[in-house]
Every structure is written in structure tokens, then in C-alpha cells.
Design a protein around this ligand. Structure first.
Ligand code: ZN
Length: 678
């Protein structure tokens, strides 16, 4: 139901005044709306967990209850309380359509100039409308001698004692000593042309919106049904500026800060009016397409790049191995070299597993270890075709010497086991979660120079990438794997909250028994290192999620339950039909649709190859493994190389004197579904 006609007329007289209406009609509307106001907004925030925030542009105390005959807190419910105001939440219990009728206001004690009043203001104080605008935006200042000059006019000697005025306060001071017969006839004075409050229209006039998308599902709708429209965004922007300005006036802030804040508030006011003056169907007021992608923020060395432009880059080859000192500070060396950190199920029945210091590629139906490589400083993210992609923990870094070389992203050719050095192929994804500050994570498309903020995505504090779908379309971005959001990398928005997928398992859920150790909750050292044991895929429009509770859900319903052992890392294959589950002792491949174990390989023979002699100092061991993956591989190197890594003569002699270290077995034994030992 729309606002009643008299209110509609008042709102139109303020927000979209007819050109011939004149200042008196506008000021009358402003005073009338102020007189009707339920109160001042005290915050610019609108909603939290889909509930309006007290004092904000959606507040039920100011604008009426959200539900008929129910106060906010639920103390007053039903017709017997009609007309009563709750003592606790101060919301009126009513079934009137108040949210279409009640107005509130934003206080702006420092003053705002309505653009429709600006010509009169300019004429009164002897400026052109453009000059007035420049003063209101603090782009121009009025010197003590009355000259109007640009804020940074190089011809002026701007010393500390320079006396000048700018902004709405300068305008207001001049108006205070003037007279205007037309205003006087209406009982007004010129200073009234500077508004000290701005009406806020009823919420019913500025609805929330939801823009449907062909691929979205019910979890997405739960997430985005409360996305605010542009009207609300503009009101919120003005409110936040005005509240800050009012606070600075209260604090008697320095002039330069106050001028800047007043100018920002004036700009927000003009932007809001520009939007609200348009008819409701105007494209400018239409909701933005639901995309979280924005030009990526420029950081340090990428200042040469224009955000949003297609950026072709080259990869630097293998991830660097930082020196012992750096590692001590920045990189916590894995305490357990045998614990799996990440895995992917690649084309050609190959499983790539990242342990503490090395990755190994296994042909899982036969158990053949195709190769191993040292990889410490980058995390396995996923695969595409013959490529495995790795990302550095803190995101991209352009090379200082050559800004087309991108560090922090690495591609490993699975067939040859070599790192890509040179142009990055167009068909490989370049989408990652990266961080500036730990609290501040972005979903970033390095190629398109786009970024989508993590804060909006309900991903919690200090989010990280925890899992991605095998097609790289969805990324699970969260601060802990128990919760967080899955982001759609095509649109840059959250499409799924994991906490919305909490249905308990029904009857008859198939259990799949795994081999290996139970999750060790006590081992805090392991916490940093171990994978999260989670995985996502969305084949053919169906969400498949493996949550840390060891349950595989298909569109929220528990389909399989894995029992008997911890899952330290997990990944679906590209079709989403097979699931790789890895712990310290075993690798499992599961047929998702039938809950069948297709293969199970014993990983325990890896442990001796990864073990280190007690005599080897921790930091040296860390470096040897970081460079070579295993001690056996390190010791195959000449002494000179080991000395370069920091091994002393005595240490070298000790190492060479030890019995030869175990090597990674060329084949892992296990069982396949058909029962033949392989
Ligand atoms: Zn209440």
C-alpha cells in the first residue's frame, strides 16, 4: 500500500520539487515533515541478521512494527494490546500500515543546502550557483578579503595564519545577516535556506528487493532476500555522514576536519536527492545487478595497472623457498611432514596429495606413485585438466623488476611434474582468496583485476579459502571450516551459508567406514597444518558438500556418513561423482552416488621416507625438506649444495654417516572395490 496522498505530496515537494515551486513551498514541506517525524535516526546501519537495527533507517520504533499487532521484542502481541507502546522495545503494537506512513529525520546541525534552494542562496550571498557549489564542496574558499579562490590555488601563499572560510558554515554566516522579502512574508529568514534536518521517507516507499537469478536456490534466497535497494543505500550514506558531522560539531573539531565532513555530507545529500527525485521506475533507482565484483584494490606494485582491465601475466615458475630466518617468522614449518594438507582428484584417475613438504601424484586405481615434488610455501587449490594450481597464503605479488610477473600463483604440469614459467594460459582460472590485512580478505580475479569483498559474505573474521569446487566456480571462504559462505566466482557473491545446511541425518543414511586414525582433537600442533576435511561440488545444479562432521550432503540432505577415521583433506572429481578422502594412513576414493569405496591405498609406507633423524637440527631439516621434499632427495645432492643451505661440516658428516634414509615407495598398496589386492 502506498503512502497516503498528503504525505506523498509532502515527500514530492521536498525530494522532487517542481522547478517553479519556489523556496517557500520546499521549506514548508521540510518543516511539515519534520513536525511529523517519529524521531531522529541514530545509526546508518539498516539490518543485522535480517532484523532492522534500532535507530536505523528500518527501525520499528521509528517506523512502526514489522508484523501487525506485535512489538519488536514480542512482549505485546495481539489485538488486546492494540495502541500500546512496549516499555521494553518502545515499538507500538499496531495493525495500521505504519511503515507506509511514518517518517523520521536525520539531524544535520551543521547545515545542508538543498540543490533546489541553491540558486536563491547563491543570489542572496552574491555568488554564481557554480561558485556556491564549489564553496559547499569545500573546493573553493572565501579569503578574509572576500576573494573566492580555489582550495589549492597555487598563486596564494597558504601559510598557517591564512584566514579563510569555506563550506556550509561560511554560507550560513553570510545568510544570517541578510534579508529576503519573499521569505519574510512567509515568516522565514534567509538562514532557514540551510536545512538542519532531512526527512526520511517511510520504509514502504523504499522497499528491500530481491533480484532473482536463474541458478539460485533456496539457500541463496535466504541469504539475499534482504539486500537493500539504492534508495536505502543513499539514505544510509547521508545518515552516516550527517551523524559524523553532528558528532564533530559536538566535539568542536578543528575547522579543517569539520569543513571536510560538511562537504562530504553535502555531497551525500545531493547524491541522495538526485536519486530520489527520479520517478520510481527510473533505471538509476533500479537495483544493481547482484554482483559482488568490483575493480580490485590496487596494492603496492600494481599501481601501473588499471583495475578492471584484462591483465595478462606470466608465472615465475616454482614457488620460492624462503630462508631459515624468514621461515621462522612468516612460515610455520610443518611439525608433521606426513600429515596431508590438501588434495585434488585430477583427470586420468590421478590423485595429487600435498603433505607437509611435498606433493605426490598417485594413479589411484593401481597405487603407482607417478612422481613427488617438494612444495612447502604454496597451497594446492585445485586442478584443471593437466594442471594443478597452487596459491601463496598471502596472495599475489608482482615482481618489482618486471610487473608482468605474478608471484603467489603457481601452476604445476601434472604430466611432466614441471612448474609453469611464462605466460599464463587463458583457460586456467586465476581466482583466489587473498589478504591485505588478516581481517580483510578478498575474492580476487587476478586476470580481470576484480575483487569481491569478503566482509559482506558472512564469512566471519579473518576468512580464508578452505575449499573450492573442482570446476573453480565456487569457493568456500570462511574463518573456520565449521561455518562461512560459499562464493560464486562468476558473480562474486555469497550463494550459500554453510550454517544453513544443518539438517540432522535422517534414517537409513549409508555409512562408509574409513581406515586411519581418528581426528586428534588434543593435538594443537596439528591444528595449523592439517587440511579441513571439507569439500564442495555443484554438479548438475546439486550442492554436494562434505562438512567437518564427516557427512556428505546432497542439497542439504545427508546422503553419506563417513565413520571410523578422520578426514584430513578431501576433494571431488570434476563431475562431482567421486570423492577423494585422505588422512595420515590412507587414501580413499568413494563413489558418491552409491556410497561405495572404489579404492583404498595405504599411505603409512610414506612415513619412513618423511621421517627425520633426531640429530638433525629442526631449522636445517626444515630447509632441506622445503628444497627437496625428503631427506633422501636432499642427501642425493652434493655436499656443496647442502652447505649452501646452511649445513655445517659436522652436521654433514653426521648425516652421511647415518643409515641411508628411506625413499618414497614407487607403489602404494591397497584394495579396490572388486576385491583384488592391487
Ligand atoms: Zn516489545
Amino acid at each position: 500500500m502506498p503512502a497516503p496522498p498528503d504525505l506523498r505530496a509532502l515527500l514530492a515537494a521536498f525530494f522532487a520539487p517542481a522547478p517553479a515551486a519556489g523556496p517557500v513551498a520546499l521549506l514548508r514541506a521540510a518543516f511539515e515533515l519534520r513536525a511529523r517525524s517519529s524521531g531522529a535516526l541514530t545509526t546508518a546501519a539498516m539490518l543485522e541478521s535480517r532484523r532492522p537495527i534500532e535507530g536505523g533507517p528500518w527501525c520499528p520504533r521509528l517506523f512502526g512494527p514489522l508484523e501487525p499487532l506485535r512489538c519488536r521484542c514480542g512482549r505485546l502481541v495481539g489485538p488486546e494490546h492494540r495502541g500500546e507502546t512496549c516499555e521494553r522495545c518502545h515499538v507500538l503494537c499496531s495493525d495500521e500500515p505504519l511503515r507506509e506512513r511514518l517518517v523520521a529525520h536525520v539531524d544535520a546541525p551543521f547545515g545542508l543546502v538543498h540543490p533546489a534552494l541553491a540558486p536563491r542562496v547563491a543570489a542572496l550571498i552574491g555568488l554564481s550557483p557554480d561558485q556556491l557549489r564549489a564553496v559547499l564542496h569545500a573546493d573553493a574558499v572565501i579569503l578574509a578579503d572576500g576573494r573566492l579562490v580555489a582550495q589549492d590555488d597555487p598563486a596564494i601563499d597558504w601559510d598557517d595564519d591564512m584566514s579563510y572560510e569555506t563550506g556550509v558554515r561560511a554560507v550560513r554566516r553570510r545568510l544570517a545577516i541578510l534579508a529576503d522579502p519573499e521569505l519574510a512574508a512567509a515568516g522565514l529568514v534567509p538562514a532557514d535556506l540551510v536545512l538542519t534536518s532531512v526527512p526520511v521517507s517511510p520504509p514502504g516507499e523504499r522497499p528491500l528487493y530481491h533480484e532473482p537469478h536463474e541458478h539460485e536456490d533456496r539457500w541463496f534466497r535466504a541469504l539475499w532476500s534482504d539486500r537493500v535497494g539504492r534508495d536505502n543505500e543513499s539514505i544510509s550514506a547521508l545518515t552516516s555522514r550527517a551523524l559524523r558531522g553532528a558528532r564533530l560539531v559536538e566535539l568542536d573539531a578543528p575547522k579543517i576536519i569539520l569543513d571536510r565532513e560538511c562537504a562530504d555530507a553535502q555531497r551525500a545529500f545531493e547524491a541522495m536527492l538526485d536519486l530520489l527525485a527520479r520517478p520510481p521506475g527510473d533505471p538509476a533507482r533500479a537495483p544493481r545487478p547482484l554482483s559482488g565484483w568490483l575493480p580490485a584494490p590496487l596494492r603496492g606494485e600494481d599501481e601501473d595497472h588499471v583495475p578492471g582491465t584484462l591483465y595478462r601475466f606470466r608465472l615465475a615458475g616454482a614457488p620460492a623457498v624462503s630462508d631459515a630466518h624468514d621461515r621462522y617468522v612468516h612460515h610455520r614449518a610443518p611439525h608433521r611432514p606426513e600429515v596431508p594438507r590438501a588434495c585434488v582428484l585430477a583427470d586420468g584417475d590421478r590423485a595429487l596429495i600435498q603433505l607437509g613438504y611435498l606433493v605426490l601424484l598417485v594413479h589411484w586405481p593401481t597405487g603407482h606413485v607417478l612422481w613427488t615434488k617438494p612444495v612447502t610455501e604454496a597451497v594446492l587449490l585445485g586442478a584443471r585438466g593437466d594442471w594443478a594450481l597452487f596459491g601463496a597464503k598471502y596472495g599475489r605479488q608482482l615482481d618489482l623488476e618486471d610487473p608482468t610477473i605474478l608471484r603467489g600463483l603457481y601452476a604445476l604440469d601434472l604430466s611432466s611434474g614441471t612448474w609453469l614459467e611464462g605466460p599464463y594460459p587463458d583457460h586456467l582460472p586465476a581466482i583466489f582468496v587473498e589478504k591485505d590485512e588478516p581481517e580483510d580478505a578478498w575474492l580476487t580475479d587476478w586476470r580481470g583485476q576484480r575483487g569481491a569483498p569478503g566482509a559482506e559474505d558472512c564469512s566471519g573474521d579473518r576468512p580464508n579459502e578452505w575449499a573450492r569446487s573442482p570446476d573453480h566456480r565456487y569457493i568456500w571462504m570462511t574463518s573456520s571450516p565449521d561455518d562461512g559462505a560459499v562464493l560464486d566466482t562468476e558473480r562474486g557473491v555469497a550463494v550459500l551459508m554453510l550454517s544453513h545446511m544443518r539438517e540432522p541425518p535422517g534414517d537409513g543414511v549409508r555409512a562408509v567406514a574409513l581406515t586411519g586414525p581418528e581426528r586428534d582433537e588434543e593435538d594443537v600442533e596439528l591444528d595449523d597444518q592439517v587440511g579441513a576435511g571439507i569439500a564442495i561440488a555443484r554438479p548438475r545444479g546439486e550442492w554436494r558438500t562434505l562438512l567437518p562432521d564427516g557427512r556428505l550432503r546432497r542439497d542439504g540432505r545427508v546422503a553419506l556418513e563417513f565413520t571410523g577415521a578422520a578426514i584430513e583433506c578431501a576433494a571431488f572429481d570434476l563431475a562431482g561423482d567421486r570423492l577423494l578422502l585422505v588422512n595420515r594412513d590412507a587414501l580413499h576414493v568413494v563413489d558418491v552416488a552409491h556410497g561405495l569405496l572404489l579404492a583404498q591405498l595405504d599411505l603409512r609406507p610414506l612415513a619412513p621416507a618423511l621421517a627425520l633423524p633426531e640429530s638433525l637440527p629442526r631449522e636445517l631439516a626444515d630447509l632441506l625438506l622445503a628444497h627437496h621434499g625428503t631427506l633422501a632427495a636432499a642427501l642425493a645432492q652434493p655436499d656443496a649444495h647442502l652447505r649452501e643451505l646452511g649445513a655445517g661440516d659436522a652436521q654433514l658428516a653426521d648425516l652421511r654417516a647415518e643409515p641411508p634414509p628411506h625413499v618414497v615407495p614407487s607403489r602404494l598398496l591397497g584394495t579396490c572395490l572388486d576385491g583384488h589386492a592391487s
